[in-house]
Design a binder for this molecule. Structure first.
Ligand code: GLC
Length: 669
């Protein structure tokens, strides 16, 4: 039975621009006539085509063209697809790969036959670019059903299962429960996590940021944040509840990019929203309609751009495949297109000289002014992980060749840049202490012209002999010496750091346990900005006072990233110690968003209670500890290809000496 979700009256919130566009387009007509109603519900929602009377004269020919990604379809007015409510929600029952089916019409295409004309074209420099003019080119989403040579028994299977049918798969099957006993605290957390589910057209699509019924001013904490959902997604995946994660990935994909504007300026194509909300609007005759309303930062406090959202989306997409063994999701036409769009946005040229991503303040988990603009470590680590994920998932066709080449170059350059220039240990600190300044030459030792007086006093005794960490940020004449937890942990997980550096980071955390874990794991950054630094850098932010919130507060959600990093480096006992601390205190304190004070003694001044990523982070940690094999699928080992390839074209042309030739840090490996 075909249960493909095609078009429903659950819509993405359109901009006026798009509504005007609809009026004259083919899709506009079909959009309205394809609207489906569930007869027994007042909310207009349609999921299963076999249940619904199609009111639209449906032309298979049109869809056939879309499926094959022909140019013709995308010659439609640019708004034709932008606000389509065609959402590929999950199919029920078994699906097979290779054939797409829409309303009983089977459209054959090879599962690897990704569109090569959807929105890319060669720009003359060998780079694939997206056409801005014809930009609203979201492909119609279809589920593929029936017949596929690679499928076994009607189920999508992992390469592992196909290749080694006799061996037990490491992937979690739907409904397969992890046998281990759950503690009472875990049971409570699972219940709260299920209560935090957000449904869209009766289908769970995410979890709210916080679910405290006593909070009368939830601001945007009643929304589904992309970054906040990641630990929920992992907990669900590790528990075998994969549908919600798939729904989340597909729905956020539909929200991607371009509609919202800040004072008439549109965000870059491919941008993923920071969060979204399901809104119910009233229609005629007492009916209602559900609308997915994304926030790209245009409503957010401080109008911050969510650079990390797309990176998290890519990382989660990989995790979904790794844990479920269902790689079909990654191979879908629409998913491949979304993936490429994020990559193009991140890889596009700018004025910047560095391989790291240049971003504004507040573009990640720290989503308000905290002096992290420039090249913050957190974004670099996520960028690196997303590029490594994308490289594994991009369809190997003609179209991807250049993109994969670009990714490889960037990975190599970024890895070198971070390992060499962001690393700080006693030896490096001593080098900085003795730096000469104002060096004008290609061979300069002090490349970024760092003045030694920048070394803060607290740092001198803080770094243990066997420890070290990656700096928070690096700019001309500026090193941010603060220790940022997420960036450092994610550098371990993704092998952005060398194995030796990764171990040294954990040594440093262990040696400074009182400062970085204290009474609740884990400090978001250390130390806090105080006095005039707080005034100038945070802009006198009353939420980010010293040792509170982003400014040296402690965030239990970071527990899952810490657990993953410790497990990867065979230091599981550290993670267990931290999880035990959290397990004792979190339920007693009603699962707060963050803790305050130097050692995390107090519940955060303005912390929300029943914060979803707090409890999800705890659950994900527990699940990871119970499933070391699955946990290992979520991290990356050292990649020797990235390490070896020097992409310095200037060097090849013989014009200048490649600074990597003189690199010292590679010997750290
Ligand atoms: C705060 C956090 C941000 C999080 C959001 C929702 O703004 O800084 O990282 O995504 O709350 O929980």
């Amino acid at each position: 039975m075909i249960t493909t979700n095609l078009v429903c009256n659950c819509t993405m919130k359109p901009s006026p621009k798009i509504l005007i566009g609809y009026k004259n387009s083919w899709f506009a007509r079909c959009h309205h006539t394809l609207t489906m109603s569930m007869s027994n519900k007042s909310t207009t929602c349609g999921h299963n085509l076999h249940l619904i009377t199609m009111q639209c004269p449906f032309h298979a020919r049109e869809f056939g063209r879309i499926m094959h990604g022909s140019q013709q379809v995308f010659g439609l007015p640019s708004s034709s697809f932008g606000q389509s409510s065609s959402i590929g929600l999950s199919t029920t029952g078994t699906t097979k790969r290779g054939v797409s089916s829409i309303a009983g019409i089977n459209l054959r295409f090879k599962s690897r036959d990704f569109s090569n004309s959807v929105e890319t074209h060669e720009n003359g420099n060998g780079k694939m670019v997206y056409l801005k003019g014809g930009m609203n080119v979201k492909p119609i989403v279809v589920e593929r059903v029936e017949n596929d040579e690679d499928s076994v028994g009607g189920k999508e299977v992992s390469g592992l299962e196909v290749g080694e049918k006799n061996e037990k798969s490491e992937n979690v099957e739907e409904g397969e429960k992890v046998e281990e006993e759950e503690t009472e605290v875990e049971k409570e957390a699972w219940q709260l996590l299920h209560e935090a589910l957000v449904t869209y057209c009766d289908t769970p699509v995410g979890t709210v940021a916080a679910n405290d019924s006593d909070d009368h001013q939830p601001l945007n904490y009643d929304q589904v944040f992309i970054r906040d959902f990641i630990p929920s997604a992992l907990a669900f995946l590790l528990k075998g509840e994969k549908e919600i994660v798939k729904n989340f990935l597909l729905n956020t994909l539909q929200l991607q990019s371009w509609e919202k504007t800040v004072d008439c300026y549109s965000p870059g194509q491919g941008l993923m929203p920071a969060s979204f909300k399901v809104k119910t609007t009233k229609l005629d005759e007492g009916k209602t309609e559900e609308v997915l309303d994304p926030d790209f930062g245009e409503s957010a406090i401080g109008r911050v751009a969510p650079v990390d959202s797309g990176l998290w989306w890519i990382i989660l997409l990989r995790a979904y495949g790794k844990i479920t063994g269902e790689y079909g999701l990654q191979e879908r036409l629409d998913v491949q297109t979304g993936l490429r769009m994020i990559l193009h946005l991140c890889l596009s040229d700018g004025f910047d000289m560095f391989p790291s991503l240049l971003v504004t303040d507040g573009s990640c988990m720290i989503d308000r002014r905290m002096g992290i603009h420039g090249h913050p470590l957190e974004i670099q680590a996520l960028f690196y992980s997303a590029l490594r994920s994308a490289r594994e998932m991009l369809a190997a066709d003609e179209n991807s060749k250049n993109l994969i080449g670009e990714i490889n170059n960037r990975l190599s350059a970024l890895q070198f840049h971070i390992r060499e220039y962001y690393w700080l240990d006693m030896q490096k600190m001593n080098e900085i202490y003795r730096y000469k300044t104002e060096e004008y030459s290609l061979d300069a030792t002090n490349k970024f012209n760092i003045y030694p007086d920048q070394i803060p006093l607290w740092l001198i005794d803080w770094v243990p002999e066997e420890g070290g960490y990656l700096l928070g940020n690096l700019q001309p004449a500026h090193m941010d010496f603060r220790f940022f937890m997420l960036g450092n942990l994610w550098s371990i997980v993704s092998s952005l750091g060398t194995p030796k550096q990764n171990n040294a980071i954990l040594n440093l955390i262990e040696a400074n346990w009182g400062d970085l874990v204290g009474k609740m794991p884990l400090k978001i950054c250390y130390p806090a900005l105080e006095h005039h630094e707080w005034r100038i850098i945070t802009g006198c932010d009353p939420k980010n006072t010293p040792w509170s919130y982003h400014n040296g507060g402690s965030w239990p959600t970071l527990l899952w990233q810490f657990t993953l990093a410790c497990m990867k480096m065979n230091r599981t006992e550290l993670a267990e110690k931290a999880v035990a601390l959290a397990e004792k205190r979190l339920p007693r304190d009603s699962w707060p968003e963050y803790y305050d004070t130097r050692t995390a003694r107090f519940i955060g001044k303005q912390a929300r209670l029943y914060q979803t990523w707090t409890l999800a982070g705890f659950l994900a940690s527990k699940m990871l500890l119970k499933n070391p094999k699955l946990a290992s699928l979520l991290s990356w080992d050292e990649d020797f290809e990235i390490l070896e390839s020097c992409v310095c074209l200037l060097n090849k042309s013989g014009r200048v000496k490649c600074s990597r030739d003189a690199a010292k840090s590679q010997i750290l490996v």
